[in-house]
Ligand binder design. Structure first.
Ligand code: TRH
Length: 388
C-alpha cells in the first residue's frame, strides 16, 4: 500500500485561458491518485478546456469520475459540489479562491486540513525564499502554505511521473513503436536520418514567418509537426492556404520543409510528440516542463505578460538551463529564445551550429532537474509532515 493511502485531497482550478491551468492540475491529480494512493477530487470551472486534454470527460455532467478521480464542474464562485465534505488536503491552484462556504467548513473541521496554494512555475531566485511560507487566515484558525514549483534547490520542483523515463526509453529503443507512432500521427512512415524533426506548440508569434522561410531553405529536410492551435493560422498563411485549411491530418511541402498539422491529443499522448522530435517548441508551463523531461533541445515561448514582465522569467530559466554551457552556445541559445519571444530575429543556422552541445546539455539538465525530486512527491512529503 502507498504510504499515504486514504488521504483525501480537493484541488480547485479556475481556468484563466488555454490549457496550462487545468493541464498542471490534472497531471498533479493523476499522480497523487496513481502514485500516492490519494482520493482526489478536482473542482474545475471550464470543462471544455479540460475535455481537450481528457476526451473521456463529459462536458454536460456536473459530477463524474475519470481515471479514479472525481471531477466536479465548479460553478464559480460558491458551488463546491453536492457535499460539503472537506478533504484532508485542499489545494487551490494558481491563487484561485476557494469558495467561502468551503473555507468556513474547513474551519469547522475537527482537525484543520492542510491548505496549499500551488503557485505558477517560475525559475526566479526569490521562489526558494517564498516556497512553503505560511499565511494565517485573518478570521479562521486556518493556515495557508504557499507551494512554489521551481527549477532550483529549495523549491517544490516540477511534476514528473515515476514511469516517465522508462516510457521514453521504451519509445526511443523501439523502431517499430516509433514507426507506428508516425503512421498513426501523420499517416506517413518515420522520416529518414537526414531529416530534422521539430514540434511546434506555440502562441501566435511574429517570428514564425522568418523561421518557416529559413526551414524551407535549409540544406537538409525539416519535418515540422504542428498540433492544431494558435499558431496554425500563421502556418496556413505561410503555405498560401485559407486560414483554417492547415487542419489536423493535412500536410504541405515547400522546399526542404514538410509540415504536418496534428490533432490535439489527450494529455498523456503529448510526450510521444516530444520524444519523436529533435527539437521542441513549447509554451506556458506544462509543455515547458515536459520538454525538459524529453531531454532534447527546446525553445520556450513564455506566457507573455504586460510590460515585458515575462522577460526576466525567461532569463531566469535560461540561467538554470544554460548556465554551465560553453559561452558561445549559451549566447546562441539565449539569442534564439529571445528572438522567439519578440526580441531580435531568429537565426536558425546560428542555433543549429550548436546542436551537439545543446543535445548534450538537454540530457544533463534532465538529470539535474530530477535531483530536486518531483513536485507531487515533494508535496505529498510536506503534507505528511503536517498531518502527523
Ligand atoms: O496552454 P498553455 O499556454 O497554458 C498556460 C495558460 O496560458 C495559463 O493561463 C498560463 O498561466 C500558463 O500556461 C503558464 O501551455 P501549457 O502550460 O504548456 O499547457 C498545455 C497543455 O496541453 C499541457 O498540459 C500539454 C497539453 N497538450 C495536450 O494534452 N495535447 C496536445 O496535443 C498538446 C499540444 C498539448
Amino acid at each position: 500500500m502507498p504510504a499515504n493511502a486514504g488521504i483525501a485531497c480537493d484541488i480547485f482550478c479556475a481556468v484563466i485561458d488555454n490549457f496550462g491551468d487545468i493541464g498542471v492540475c490534472w497531471r498533479l491529480a493523476r499522480q497523487l491518485s496513481s502514485e500516492h494512493g490519494w482520493q482526489v477530487r478536482v473542482f474545475v470551472d471550464d470543462l471544455h478546456a479540460f475535455q481537450k486534454l481528457c476526451p473521456a470527460l463529459d462536458v454536460d455532467r456536473s459530477r463524474q469520475t475519470v481515471s479514479g478521480i472525481v471531477v466536479e464542474h465548479w460553478h464559480e464562485p460558491a458551488h463546491v459540489g453536492d457535499t460539503l465534505e472537506v478533504a484532508d488536503v485542499v489545494i487551490e491552484a494558481f491563487g484561485c479562491e476557494v469558495p467561502h462556504v468551503y473555507v468556513a467548513a474547513m474551519a469547522r473541521r475537527e482537525s484543520a486540513p492542510v491548505w496549499l496554494n500551488l503557485e505558477y512555475l517560475s525559475a526566479e531566485d526569490w521562489v526558494a525564499d517564498f516556497h512553503l511560507r505560511q499565511s494565517p487566515h485573518p478570521r479562521y484558525p486556518l493556515t495557508k502554505t504557499f507551494f512554489f514549483p521551481g527549477l532550483g534547490a529549495g523549491t517544490g520542483g516540477v511534476l514528473k511521473e515515476r514511469h516517465l523515463d522508462a516510457a521514453r526509453a521504451a519509445f526511443e529503443a523501439s523502431p517499430q513503436t516509433r514507426d507506428a507512432w508516425w503512421r498513426q500521427t501523420t499517416g506517413q512512415p518515420a522520416p529518414g536520418p537526414d531529416s530534422t524533426v521539430i514540434s511546434l506548440f506555440s502562441y501566435e508569434n511574429p517570428a514564425v514567418d522568418s523561421l518557416l522561410d529559413q526551414w524551407r531553405d535549409n540544406p537538409t529536410p525539416i519535418v515540422l509537426l504542428v498540433p492544431e492551435g494558435r499558431i496554425s493560422g500563421a502556418a496556413a498563411r505561410f503555405f498560401g492556404l485559407p486560414p483554417t485549411s492547415f487542419a489536423a491530418g493535412s500536410h504541405v511541402e515547400r522546399g526542404s520543409l514538410r509540415a504536418h498539422a496534428l490533432a490535439f491529443t489527450e494529455q498523456p499522448a503529448y510526450d510521444a510528440l516530444l520524444w519523436a522530435s529533435h527539437l521542441n517548441f513549447v509554451r506556458g508551463e506544462d509543455s515547458f516542463v515536459r520538454a525538459q523531461w524529453a531531454a532534447r533541445p527546446f525553445v520556450w515561448h513564455i506566457y507573455p505578460q504586460a510590460d515585458a514582465a515575462h522577460l526576466p522569467k525567461l532569463d531566469a530559466a535560461l540561467a538554470h538551463y544554460a548556465g554551465p554551457m560553453p559561452a558561445e552556445a549559451h549566447a546562441a541559445l539565449a539569442r534564439f529564445w529571445h528572438a522567439w519571444n519578440g526580441v531580435g530575429n531568429p537565426d536558425w543556422a546560428d542555433f543549429q551550429r550548436h546542436r551537439a552541445t545543446l543535445e548534450r546539455r538537454a540530457a544533463e539538465w534532465a538529470l539535474e532537474l530530477a535531483a530536486l525530486g518531483d513536485l507531487a512527491g515533494n508535496l505529498a512529503g510536506f503534507t505528511k509532515s503536517q498531518l502527523k
